[in-house]
Each structure stands twice: as structure tokens, then as C-alpha cells.
Design a protein around this ligand. Sequence first.
Ligand SMILES: Cc1ncc(COP(=O)(O)O)c(C=O)c1O
Length: 384
Amino acid sequence: MKPLINRKDFPATQNSTYLNAASVALMHQGAANAVIEWQIDLRDYGTLHFDELAEEKIYDDLRLMAARLFHVQPEDIAVGSSATELLASLAWAVDVNPGSNIVSTEVVFPSTIYPWTRVVKDSRSEIRLAKGKDGYIQPDDVIALIDDQTKVVCLSHVEFGSGQRYDLKKFADAAHAVNALLIADATQSAGMLPIDVQDSGVDVLVCAAYKWLCGPFGVAVMYIAPELQSELYPGLLGWRSHADMWDLRANRLRLPDTAKRFEFSTLAYGSVIGLTQSIQYLLQVGIENIFAYTTDLASMLIKGLSERGIEIMSPQADDERTAIVAARFPGKGSAEVAGYLNANNVVVSQRGEYVRFSPHLYNEPDDISKTLELIDSMEINFEA
Ligand SMILES: Cc1ncc(COP(=O)(O)O)c(C=O)c1O
């Protein structure tokens, strides 16, 4: 297996064996530089280099890049500070009436469902979560929860704990059959696996920057299907919400007709430029290549772990697997194993009773070998 990229693009690869993209990926060098340079320029020149027109146009390049990533139009993209913030504003924008329901899974990332918790309290509706078995969700169990009263099916495209991947089209069809929306959180998928939003039928897709997109904290993007854009009245409004943001009159507000209406405030603008750079880089490498490469690394890891009697919780079917590998170590607690690996410079996460490994494009087969060797150096009581 040949390396996919030049590791110089990710200088932090020198500091550790980093298998933690599902938590925070290593940041692309160009992205990090862009953030820092922007801040330094602001420090040194203030609005001299960052005038009102520049502030107005600051999201344009990111919209373009995100549109390429998802195969949509730039007008379909909104930029925000975090996936959670965009989801919160969106949740308040959807018309959820008493007696209706929102469908998701019990293993979904909290931010994907918490915003709806507040909405259902207000509207006397309910949240229905499909139950899993050992972290695995049977897709048909989600679909079985959908009925005529369902307003929204809100899922993580890839589950953060197990790495289970869903067929968005299947859920879009089921949601649309009852006039519900499919809202997908692509934070654990975009940048690792190809997403064609139009083919998937998804209505809204939200994504954070600092995981598989190798971008900085402080920025996120959201796709909104064209037919919904002028219908949704965002939950969060602010000075940037006005179609002419420099109008600055408190007595009038006209929202843009595009996804842009979800942009409402000043944000860490340097991060916006950083994310633009990292998406551009990933697109050059090719998302299909990244998916093939990272799942090969995951296969190596799964093979090595299985040979050692370590139980793999992540689905392994071709249509459900990803680069996320969650494993249970018999006889050892996940905190203990993750603690040992991290203390020895192999960076992973503990999630519940599992240790989660998440290699990305900057990893190499040698990282997997090193990880397995380190696991061999642990005293594991497999009989316990
Ligand atoms: C699926 C998913 N959505 C959202 C988030 C958090 O996004 P943000 O930090 O941008 O709010 C995470 C973080 O782990 C996640 O796994």
C-alpha cells in the first residue's frame, strides 16, 4: 500500500501515531497557515485589509468548495460556527406541530438530536429513537418508527461511536413518502467518503470542519435543498441575516432567498478561509481515493485486532463500513486501553466500552503496525 499523500502536508504526523480523526483530525498545513495568517493580518492591519466588502464576501469561496464537495450549488450552502449551532437554528425553522414526531437513533451524536429536544418540548411532539444492539442499528428499525405524523428523520450519516454508515437514499425515500424531511449530519462522513447530496435525496446536510475535513475549529457548513430555502425561517437571527447585511437598520429584516439566510453573525473568519483550503486539498486528493485508502487501513487494523481476539463492534459489510473502527478488549476496560495507547503516543478515543480508532489520509500502514505492536506490549487477560 503506497502512501496517499505527502506527510509534510500534515506536520503533526511527526508527533504521534494519530488515529483520532473521528474526534479531531490533524489539521492540514495549508488550512492552519491560512487561519494564523488571517489572524496576524487582522492584528497588524485591522479593517485596512479586511474592509466591509471583504467581510461581506468572506464565505463565498467556502460556499463554492463545499458545493463541489457535496455536488450542489454554492447558493445551497450556509456557513456557521459549528454543526451544533446550524442544527439548532434549523430545528427551530422546521414546522413541528403537536402530536408529530422526530425520528433518529439512540446512538446518534447528542448534537444531532438535542436541538429537537427543545423543539418537541415547545410543540408537544415527540422524539423516537431506534434502539441498537451492541451499538448496531438495524436500518429497518429506524424506518419502522416513521409514520404519517413524522416531520423529520434526523440521522448521522455515519454514527460517531461505531462508524456505521447509512444509505441516505433509503431514509430519504421513507421520509418523503410521509412528507417528512431527511436531515443528515455528515460530520463523521464528509471528507472520508463521497457524498452526492442530490443522488442521496437528503433535504438538509450539516457538517463540522475539524474532523474528516481536516479543517479548524470555529466553522461548519450546511446544505439546504433549493425548494426549502425560502420556506425555512431560521431559529437564530442576527445582523448578517439581512439580505443586505450592511443595511444595519433595526426596523427591517429581509432574509435572503438562499441557504445564506442561516448566516446570522460574525464568526472566526480565519477559520472559514482555513476550511476552504482543507476542502480544496481533499478534493485534489480525491474523496473516492481517501475512502478506498482509509478503509484499507481500517481493514488492516481489523485483521490485526481480530487475530488478537479483540472484538470488533463496527459493521464490516461493504455498504455499512467506514474508516472508524470500534473495538472491545476482553479483560480490559476501554478507558484503560485507550489510556495506555495515548500515553504511548498512539492517539485514539474511548467511547463507552469501546476503543475507537479512526485513521485518515495522512496515516500509513506503518501506523497500524505500530499500534498492533503496542497492543501486544500490553498485558491483556483474555480470559477475564
Ligand atoms: C456526528 C457529529 N455531529 C456533530 C458533532 C459536533 O459538531 P460541532 O462541534 O461542530 O458542534 C460531532 C462531534 O463529535 C459529531 O460526531
